[in-house]
Design a protein around this ligand. Structure first.
Ligand code: ADP
Length: 606
């Protein structure tokens, strides 16, 4: 028997168009053909279960072979096979019309890069790398004849009686000259590793099974131990540290989704992007660009998501609008919130220990998703400088009595660097105020959010002003200086400091406070922070920092300076100012040298 025919499709020669479209992504041909072989094997399994497959099912497996001499790649399976009629129906009509549809839909698309790899081109993708493709197959059906099909990607094909004696299919690719890279075993190995690592039927290459057909996300959590989850994490991301914890996703209504999301232990902020969540569809790897499928703040997580309900054959803008994708987003967000809440409730100490590792996820989530904020506000923690943890509610209750200013605003004091801002933290503690640590990259945004969400609450960095001004109360110490003395003291310091970025003011502070205090106003610093992080409209990046220098009117040293009111007074003023700079690590270079020299002279005079 030999039959020649013409494949009935409308677009002549779609092949060159497809080849051009998918230029950068030719490797997916292997994913498509291996998953077809896997599908055919699984169909055989199902038919056998219901008694429709006669004879022995055998060990189902898919084999990938390369023949360098003949320049062939052969993908074989012992699945259900096809009759000549089925080839005509499924390959000639369906596969080719799928390809046609693809071309029709996307020929006018402007952003072609977006569709690459998202469209399962199926069988036809073989022609991206092969000049001619052959199918050698024997159907499982009683009395079926083997069939052999050959086609060069044009609309011409030929079907003859084949020679295959066992059930199943060989797809033989005669690799085109411009695609000979795919005859390299290392290349094939890496493609198989990327796309086929978790296919549900064993896939053999070079005599070795390359996949794990039963990855743990397909199992029930009750069958799995912590070790299983950790080992799987290592399988996904070799050489990574153990994850902190994980969430097993499993839903079948209103969409189908399984997977495992891991909270990684991240050493620094740059580690995040290294490993990514992998997206699978029925155990076939699709992509690790999960941007639109997973809520953005959860992109920091690791693991796998497997869903046949994520449309992979459409462009990205469509994906964003897709109802299933939206539901998946909501579902994942809720599961993550529930899991965090569960750990928090079950073992608060363990949760606190993990807090510094998970804080960035939680805060990022609270910032980007209001629903998440609503859940997370109950388990988001603030850590005080004496290492105690509080929920937002607990903390507000804790400081309420002591840190509410005269306008009824609750003032939360924070530090971004407990070492550098040590002097200020001490001053706050002397007043029995508490200081929390908000020292990660995301905290400037988180602070803004807390102020929006928490009623009558302001956050102030502990060095943003003198302590009396950070939390203004009615009980303000009176100044012992006259108006004239105050004016003279101010002028004296202005002369000694001689720097227009330093605004000098004299304030009545406690005698326990430092004689000179240098502060960077909260507003100013936030503007600069935002600017540095790329937000905000104003260009303040090149602006010098404008500091406030507060001279303590009640400090004895300043009284001495007034008394001298000469060169010696100016020298002491300079010394007091330098000490303030020094306590904030702001003294360096020539200024530091001059300070040391002056200090030596002063000691010498004692
Ligand atoms: P899809 O897999 O999305 O249906 P394909 O173009 O990849 O589209 O394949 C078209 C059809 O050809 C399949 O649905 C299947 O019926 C048949 N087919 C392809 N490969 C095989 C195979 N290895 N064994 C049996 N049937 C196959």
């Amino acid at each position: 028997m030999e039959e020649k025919g013409t494949i009935s499709i409308h677009t002549e020669n779609i092949f060159p168009i497809i080849k051009k479209f998918l230029y950068s992504d030719h490797e997916i041909f292997l994913r498509e053909l291996v998953s077809n072989a896997v599908d055919a094997s699984q169909k055989a399994k199902r038919l056998s279960v219901i008694g429709e497959l006669k004879g022995d099912l055998g060990d189902l497996k898919v084999t990938v072979k390369v023949d360098k001499e003949k320049k062939q790649i052969i993908i074989s399976d012992n699945g259900i096979g096809m009759t000549a009629e089925e080839i005509k129906k499924y390959i000639n009509q369906i596969a080719f019309s799928g390809a046609t549809e693809f071309v029709e839909r996307y020929k006018d698309s402007t952003d072609k890069s977006q569709i690459i790899g998202q469209f399962g081109l199926g069988f036809y993708s073989a022609f991206m790398v092969a000049g001619t493709v052959e199918i050698d197959t024997l159907s499982h059906q009683d009395g079926a004849e083997p069939a052999h099909w050959i086609c060069d990607g044009s609309t011409e094909f030929s079907i003859t009686t084949g020679s295959r004696t066992e059930r199943g299919t060989d797809v033989i690719l005669n690799i085109a000259e411009d695609s000979e890279e795919f005859l390299e075993e290392a290349r094939l190995q890496s493609i198989l590793n990327k796309y086929c690592k978790f296919l549900p039927i064993p896939v053999e290459f070079n005599g070795e099974t390359i996949n794990n057909p039963n990855p743990i996300w397909t199992k029930s959590p009750s069958e799995l131990t912590d070790e299983d989850y950790k080992n799987f994490y290592k399988e996904l991301y070799p050489f990574s540290e153990d994850p902190l914890f994980w969430i097993h996703l499993n839903v079948d209504y209103p969409f189908n989704l399984t997977g495992i999301l891991y909270f990684p232990k991240v050493k620094n902020e740059f580690d995040f992007q290294k490993n990514k969540i992998q997206l699978y569809s029925r155990q076939v790897f699709i992509t690790d660009e999960v941007k639109d499928v997973v809520p953005e703040f959860l992109m920091l997580l690791h693991g796998v998501i497997d869903s046949p309900d994520i449309p992979l054959n459409v462009s990205r803008s469509f994906l964003q609008a897709d109802a299933n994708v939206k539901k998946i987003n909501t579902y994942i967000t809720r599961k993550v919130a529930d899991k965090l809440n569960e750990i928090y409730k079950k073992d608060r100490t363990a949760y606190e220990e993990k807090w510094n590792d998970i804080a960035v996820f939680v805060k990022y989530g609270m910032l980007s998703d209001d629903k998440f904020y609503e859940k997370a506000k109950d388990f988001a923690l603030l850590q005080s400088t004496d290492e105690k943890f509080y929920t937002l509610e607990e903390y507000r209750n804790y400081v309420q009595a002591n840190q509410t200013d005269k306008n009824g605003q609750l003032v939360i004091l924070y530090t971004t660097d407990a070492e550098k801002q040590h002097a200020f933290i001490e001053t706050a503690k002397n007043r029995n105020y508490d200081v929390v640590k908000l020292d990660t990259m995301i905290d400037p945004h988180f602070i803004g959010q807390l102020e929006q969400k928490l009623e009558k609450t302001t956050l102030k960095r502990v060095d943003a002003d003198t302590i009396d001004k950070l939390i203004e109360t009615d009980a303000k110490p009176a100044s012992v200086l006259s108006e004239d003395e105050t004016k003279r003291l101010k002028e004296l310091f202005e002369k000694a400091i001689n720097n227009q970025n330093m605004t000098v003011g004299v304030e009545a502070l406690s005698t326990d406070d430092q004689p000179v205090i240098i502060t960077l106003p909260e507003f100013m610093r936030r503007m600069k922070d935002m600017n540095r992080m790329g937000g905000g409209g104003m260009m303040m990046g090149n602006f010098p920092d404008m500091y406030n220098v507060t001279i303590n009117a009640n400090h004895p040293i300043n009284h001495r300076i007034l008394k001298h009111n000469d060169e010696r007074g100016e020298k002491i003023a300079k010394q007091a100012y330098d000490l303030a700079l020094l306590s904030q690590n702001m003294l360096s270079g020539a200024a530091l040298t001059a300070f040391v020299k002056r200090s030596v002279e002063l000691i010498d005079k004692e």
